[in-house]
Design a protein around this ligand. Structure first.
Ligand SMILES: [Zn+2]
Ligand SMILES: [Zn+2]
Length: 283
């Protein structure tokens, strides 16, 4: 190691990490942060991350998830005057590789304003209760609730008037209230509450993404020794085990440093792709 090279101690010592959340993500992020990096953390009071978009649709998310997350972390850092921030942003919808199942993509981001560093990791999981429906009878709503893991997982009830949300009830976690709202509205729009504090399944996916991020923050650049070295891109084309044609799976992984620009290519761990990923053998 070169003399004077940065060490995680010299970069992070004495600093506090601000976790940008108003939905209790510190419950998983805080202990991991302390365990892996030994850093104290805090959650700012009075930050409104919902201003950048909500899952329930009252505030539309106008930016892509990475830009949205960057803005949330920046707002949390501005509010506290700190320079080290952490946050996560989820997106739900058809899984990118298996579009017939719903997926949860969680992006986690580390921001160090002092050293102009941003590190991102992401996890895509099919483990999600993400779902919505229009229901008009109680057994239908009951079935939806059971499938959504209610009441350990929250629900959202909307009464629509055309395209407009007339009434909105978020964070419902008990049967009595659900029944009362059903009796009140008759037909209604129900959806899973995807906010982390109302969705333990999502909280677990955030934890997986955070574990990846902290592993990466412990991985240092071979050239300049900065922490945060890891995979940033890949080239598709791993050959099919059956026909040898290129698939969409990565053939080469590109790992790079956020600070000095050093990058290297690594061949994929497996030399061949399973035929299930081949557009020719398994269209
Ligand atoms: Zn093939
Ligand atoms: Zn480097």
């Amino acid at each position: 190691m070169a003399a004077g090279a940065p060490t995680p101690d010299s970069i992070w010592a004495g600093r506090t990490v601000v976790i940008a959340t108003q939905h209790e993500k510190e419950r998983v992020l805080g202990p991991l942060l302390l365990f892996h990096l030994g850093l104290p953390w805090r959650v700012p009071e009075n930050i409104n991350t919902d201003q950048f978009g909500t899952f329930s649709g009252e505030v539309e998310r106008v930016d892509d998830p990475v830009t949205t997350l960057r803005k949330k972390i920046r707002a949390a850092l501005d509010a506290t005057g700190k320079t080290l921030g952490l946050g996560s942003e989820g997106s739900f919808g058809p899984h990118p590789e298996f579009p017939w199942v719903p997926g949860d993509q969680e992006i986690v981001m580390w921001v160090d304003l002092k050293n102009n560093q941003e590190v991102i990791e992401l996890v895509t999981s099919t483990d999600t209760n993400y779902h919505s429906a229009v229901v008009s009878d109680w057994p239908q709503l009951e079935r939806f609730a059971h499938e959504a893991k209610f009441p350990s997982h929250g629900l959202i009830i909307k009464k629509m008037e055309g395209e407009q949300i007339r009434h909105l009830h978020k964070g419902i976690t008990n049967w009595d209230l659900l029944r009362t709202l059903f009796n009140q509205y008759g037909s209604l729009h129900v959806e899973t509450d995807m906010r982390a504090n109302f969705n333990p399944t999502r909280m677990q996916v955030i934890e997986l993404a955070a574990r990846k991020l902290f592993a990466r923050l412990q991985n240092r650049c071979p050239q300049c020794r900065w922490p945060g070295f890891g995979e940033t891109n890949w080239l598709a084309g791993l050959p099919c085990e059956n026909c040898g044609r290129p698939t969409r799976l990565p053939k080469v992984k590109i790992t790079s440093c956020t600070q000095c620009g050093f990058c290297q290519e690594e061949p994929a761990t497996d030399p061949l792709a399973s035929a299930q990923f081949c557009d020719f053998c398994n269209p």
